[in-house]
Each structure stands twice: as structure tokens, then as C-alpha cells.
Design a protein. Structure first.
Length: 219
């Protein structure tokens, strides 16, 4: 896949569950650009990092990995920027106490004067209300919105396939994926890219495992 295809990112939508009710609000992620603070949650490969980078490119701000932000002294210029802090889950991997890593991030946000921030984390590594409450103490206005990154829509999938040079017919590609029972991979950006690369010269893998195996064999 060439650089143009790799860099193409579709605008994403997210779901917000209203606290204390079952109401679910679905809207584009960019609708939250004026939010003082939010957490973006999603499954592995869902596109959290790419969504952050797209937001930085389109609206400004500073992208930084959570581990780096927690480890090094924060830069003075961060005070007046919206910070996109990516990968809290990567810090928590293998840790006995997931709260410590978040505390490092909170400490640096406090030192910076509580700038606007966005934090990404895998769903499975997010501690829910406990994490949200901890972050409200360093939010600019004392609130934090939890957003769940939605899977790719049908239109998103087609648009990504249109930008893939090895795919000549997106509809046929989707049909083949369904035929091989691999259509569940289409909703996840990372899995979709793996599938596009695995198909290559139109030799379709027969399983998710074979899809990943072909990808690593060619890397």
C-alpha cells in the first residue's frame, strides 16, 4: 500500500452515553472540538491514534504519547495548547495498579495550569467512573466527557477501499470479504488495512489468523 493510501483517514463518529440514563448520543468526533476535556475509548486498532492526529491537523493542538507526557517534564508551550495524549492503555499494560500511570498524567496537567486535553485509551484498560472522577480534578472546567469511537460505517469502508491502489472495485472487495466470512474485519481500520494488504494479488485468506500471518510474513 503506498503512502497516500496509508495516510488517508476518514472522519470518525463517536458515541456518548449520557450519565445516569440509557441515552446514547452519536455524532462526529469533531463536534467535541470545543470540549474542555474528553477521553476517547475504543478497541485495539479502532483508530484512536489516527483520529487524534486528524484532529490535531484540522484544529490545532499538540499530539503526544501518554508515556512521554507522563515521563518527561512538560514543555512550557503546552500551557496554551489543546493536548492530545494518546495511549494510556500502553502505560497500563503489565502494571499491577493502573491508577499510578494516570496520576503521573494528572500531575503534569496540574503543573501546566490545567490546559484543555484529550486522552485516548482502550476500552478494556479504562477504569470507568474512577478514572473519569480523577480527571475531572485537572479538567479546565471540572468535567470530562467519555466518548466511544464508533466502528467504521459502510460509507467509511467504501471510501477507504477507494483510496487503496490495489482495490479496483470496493463493492466486489466487500462481497468477497463476506463470501470468505471476513466481513467482521471491515469495521476496524487496522484489520481492514491488514486485509487489503493480505489480499494483494487477489488471493483471499481463509481466516483472520491467515490474514495476520500474511501481513507479518511480508513485513
Amino acid at each position: 500500500m503506498d503512502n497516500a493510501a496509508k495516510s488517508f483517514i476518514v472522519p470518525r463518529s463517536c458515541t456518548r452515553v449520557v450519565q445516569g440514563s440509557r441515552e446514547r448520543i452519536i455524532c462526529p468526533l469533531h463536534d467535541y472540538r470545543d470540549s474542555p476535556a474528553y477521553v476517547l475509548l475504543g478497541d485495539p486498532g479502532a483508530g484512536k491514534t489516527e483520529a487524534f492526529k486528524q484532529e490535531v491537523e484540522e484544529s490545532g493542538g499538540e499530539y503526544i504519547k501518554a508515556r512521554d507526557f507522563a515521563t518527561f517534564d512538560p514543555k512550557e508551550e503546552y500551557r496554551n495548547k489543546t493536548l492530545f495524549i494518546a495511549g494510556l492503555d500502553e502505560m497500563r499494560a503489565g502494571s499491577d495498579d493502573g491508577r499510578t500511570q494516570l496520576d503521573h498524567i494528572r500531575r503534569h496537567l496540574e503543573r501546566l495550569g490545567r490546559p484543555r486535553f484529550r486522552l485516548s485509551c482502550r476500552e478494556a484498560d479504562w477504569l470507568g467512573g474512577s478514572d473519569s472522577e480523577a480527571l475531572t480534578r485537572v479538567s479546565p472546567d471540572g468535567t470530562v466527557v467519555a466518548l466511544h469511537l464508533d466502528p467504521l460505517t459502510d460509507d467509511d469502508i467504501v471510501e477507504i477501499l477507494r483510496h487503496a491502489p490495489t482495490v479496483t472495485d470496493p463493492d466486489a472487495f466487500i462481497g468477497k470479504a463476506k463470501e470468505h466470512r471476513l466481513d467482521e474485519l471491515l469495521r476496524n481500520p487496522q484489520n481492514l488495512k491488514l486485509l487489503i494488504e493480505a489480499v494483494g494479488d487477489n488471493e483471499w485468506p481463509q481466516s483472520r489468523k491467515e490474514t495476520c500471518g500474511r501481513r507479518y510474513a511480508s513485513s
